[in-house]
Every structure is written in C-alpha cells, then in structure tokens.
Design a protein around this ligand. Structure first.
Ligand SMILES: NC(=O)c1ccc[n+]([C@@H]2O[C@H](COP(=O)([O-])OP(=O)(O)OC[C@H]3O[C@@H](n4cnc5c(N)ncnc54)[C@H](OP(=O)(O)O)[C@@H]3O)[C@@H](O)[C@H]2O)c1
Length: 384
C-alpha cells in the first residue's frame, strides 16, 4: 500500500500527528524523513518522541508500519540518494510536512530549515505529482503568520497580509513557506494548518515540550503580571492539534484549504486562567500591573543582550520573544476546524493547573525511558 511521507515525526507535534495517523489508518505505512546517522539512531529518536503516546510493545508494533527515510531538510535534495528518492516517488500517496525550525531568534536557522527545507520538500512533491499524482500535500504552519496584531479575531483567509510587520524570522519564513506551497503546487490538493500556542495535553499532564510551559509557569509565579486581566490567550491542547492534522489530512475532501487550530473566540482571558489556577492549586495568583509592560519588556531585552550565554540568558531571550504573543489580545477564528471535526478544543482553564503542577514536580524534565538494546535489534529486524 502507498504511504504517507511525513517530515518532523521526531518532534512534539509530529509525535502527536503520527500516533493519531497510526490509530486512524490501520494499514497505511508511514515513510518518515528522519535526521540521523543510522537507522538505529532514527529508531531511538522516534521512541523518544513517541513514548509520550504509546508503550514499548505498541511502539514495536507501530514500527512495522514505519519506513525510515534518513535525510535532512538542509541538504540538497533532502540528502536522499537517487534509489531512495525513486522509491519514495513510487510509493508516496500524500505528504505531511511538519518539520521546521522554531528558533524565533535565528534568521539563519529559519531560512535554512523553513525556506530551503520546504522548497526541497515541494520539489519532491512536484516530482511525485508529475509521476503519479499526489492525493494531498499538507503543511503545518502557524498562526504567527498573521504578523503584528492588537485586539483582533483573525479569520483564516485574512491572516497573511504582506504589508504587515512580522514579529520574528520564524513567522516571516512560515508565511513565505505557505506562499511557496500555494504557488508551486497549484494543481495539488493542499491543506494549510495553523496551530496557535500549543500547550499541554487535555487528557493527562505529561509533556515533552517545555519552552511554552516554562513561560507559563514563570508568568503564573510572578507577583504581578505586566499586562491586563482581559487579555485573551489563544492556547490549544496538543491532542486536539494532532487529531485535527491527522484527521483532515486523511479526508478525501476537507471543506477548506486553511485551518486555524486554535481556541478562537472561546480563548480564556488571563484572568480566567489565573482564577482556574487559584481554584485548583489553592495558591494566590499574581496581580495585574499592565503599566509594567514597557519596563518589563525593556528589562528582558537588556538581560537577553547582556547576560553571558547560559540558562538565565536563554530564559530571558525566550520570554522576550513570547511577550508580544501573550500581550497582543489576538485570537484566531477556529469555526472551520470545529465544523470539520465536529468538536472544539478543550479549554486551557480545565487542565492548566495539572500542567503547572506536573511541570514543577518534574522540574521541567520528561522521565524518558531508554529503549532496551534487545528491542532496538528486534525493531531494526522488523522495520524495512
Ligand atoms: N509547538 C507549537 O506550539 C507550534 C505552534 C504553531 C505551529 N507549530 C508548527 O508545528 C510544527 C512542529 O512543531 P514542533 O513544536 O513539533 O517542533 P519540534 O518539536 O521542534 O519538532 C521539529 C521537527 O522538525 C525536525 N527538523 C528540524 N530541522 C530539520 C532538518 N534540518 N531536517 C529534518 N528534520 C528537521 C526535527 O527533527 P530533529 O528531531 O532531528 O530535530 C523535529 O522532528 C512546526 O512546523 C511549527 O512551525 C508549532
């Protein structure tokens, strides 16, 4: 059976999406582009990402449906030798391009991964489409492509406006990638997914992605927040995002081309989130001090520029980058995905306290289980 070619399967959302694809499509193989020196390393990287979703026996079983395609978005032609590329062209029915650099501070990383990398994936897609027809090309983008906004509800089709300023190179390169997808695959059915802030899982408090969780915990622990109580936070649960990407990618005829995977107009205000935290943790939450926003921003910028490289500088840099996103009171209409899936995301207020407690108890570290040597050898024997 022809397979789905997926990039970014070792990442946070790639893990959610692949786990859901494997559940929804009981037979279809997944061909996964994995950056690796060996197939053994690829298996270990996949286990690291996917153990959030499955136990070892389920993983071993899942790997029977996986074909590892060693490659790199930075390498010419994705670094695929000719026979591998020919085999991919002959065996791929659709492409799900999830991989990206989320390094909002690095123009260099975003240019190479998000622009050059996406162009290489699109070149492969064209080759497949011309050889045998591609059922669908799905691209995981971000709501950040909407650029700098203040107090807006952004609909999907008014998101990218080229004369609007972007917050960072990540947003710029993702917006241009969307344009490349539309321009270079005019004759292929395409789907563009734009998740908002993906934070935690509504079914359990475990997570392997800590950047946004760190920022959330940091702000929840401050004595005063440098913005107002009515500022909305468009936060969506990762399980909803993974399900939406997998389900819509598999559909023959999704209703739309672009989907915000977001909380939309149901986004909680900062005050509602803090109330939920107080209710569930019993801790007193921060007060609101919006007049502190400018000095807070200036302090973060100064710390980011002056601190020597290390954890405090990284945290200051990360908060500096996130601050505009959490203070702009902008949400992303999600009527399309709700209509497509028949359900809305789970409100962050229902699970934020559990996530907060888990992150602190774990000291922001997921208790990864190593893959036993015997299991690696068996998986490698069974995985083509
Ligand atoms: N997480 C969010 O809150 C969020 C919100 C909106 C949109 N998104 C979008 O969702 C997608 C996935 O994000 P994520 O949070 O899952 O990110 P992530 O955990 O950092 O995963 C990134 C994935 O891309 C792969 N990758 C990076 N550079 C590569 C290269 N040169 N060659 C091959 N693979 C490469 C990584 O592989 P390695 O394992 O080898 O590094 C990893 O599998 C991205 O397109 C992002 O823009 C995420």
């Amino acid at each position: 059976m022809d397979s789905i070619f997926v990039t970014g399967a070792t990442g946070y959302l790639g893990g959610y999406t692949c786990a859901r694809l494997l559940e929804l499509e009981r037979d279809r193989p997944l061909r996964l582009l994995v950056r690796c020196d060996s197939r053994e390393q690829a298996v270990r990287k996949l286990w690291k990402s996917w153990q959030l979703h499955m136990d070892l026996p389920t993983f071993s079983q899942a790997m029977r449906r996986v074909r590892i395609v060693p490659g790199d978005l930075h390498a010419p032609g994705l670094g695929l030798p000719e026979p591998t590329r020919a085999e991919l062209v002959g065996a791929t029915e659709s492409i799900l391009h999830i991989a990206a650099s989320l390094n909002r501070k690095s123009e260099h990383a975003c240019l190479n991964t998000n622009l050059r990398g996406t162009l290489s994936v699109l070149t492969l897609a064209r080759e497949i489409h011309e050889a045998r027809g591609l059922r669908r090309f799905s691209f995981v983008s971000t709501v950040a492509v909407a650029g700098q906004r203040e107090r807006e509800i952004v609909p999907e089709d008014q998101s990218i406006q080229w004369d609007r300023r972007q917050y960072d190179p990540y947003a710029r390169t993702k917006a241009f990638s969307e344009l490349m997808v539309e321009e270079l695959l005019p004759d292929v059915p395409i789907t563009l997914f734009r998740p908002s802030t993906v934070l935690g899982d509504s079914r359990h408090p475990r997570t392997t992605q800590w950047d946004m969780v760190r920022a959330f915990v940091f702000f929840a622990d401050l004595p005063a927040l440098p913005w107002g109580p009515s500022i909305r936070q468009d936060i969506v649960n990762a399980d909803y995002v993974g399900d939406a990407i997998a389900t819509i990618h598999l559909k023959d005829r999704p209703q739309f081309t672009r989907y915000h995977l977001s909380a939309g107009t149901q986004s909680a205000t900062t005050q509602q989130i803090l109330r939920a935290m107080v209710e569930h943790t019993g801790q007193r939450g921060p007060r609101f001090a919006s007049r502190l926003q400018t000095p807070f921003d200036q302090t973060l910028r100064a710390l980011d520029a002056s601190l020597p490289k290390g954890a405090p500088q990284r945290i200051a840099g990360m908060l500096k980058v996130f601050l505009p996103y959490v203070t702009n009171d902008t949400v992303f209409d999600n009527g399309r995905v709700i209509s497509e899936l028949g359900r809305a995301p789970v409100p962050f207020t229902t699970y934020c306290a559990d996530l907060y407690r888990y992150a602190k108890a774990q000291d922001f570290r997921f208790p990864y289980q190593d893959l036993p040597e015997g299991a690696v050898a068996e998986i490698l024997r069974e995985t083509p």
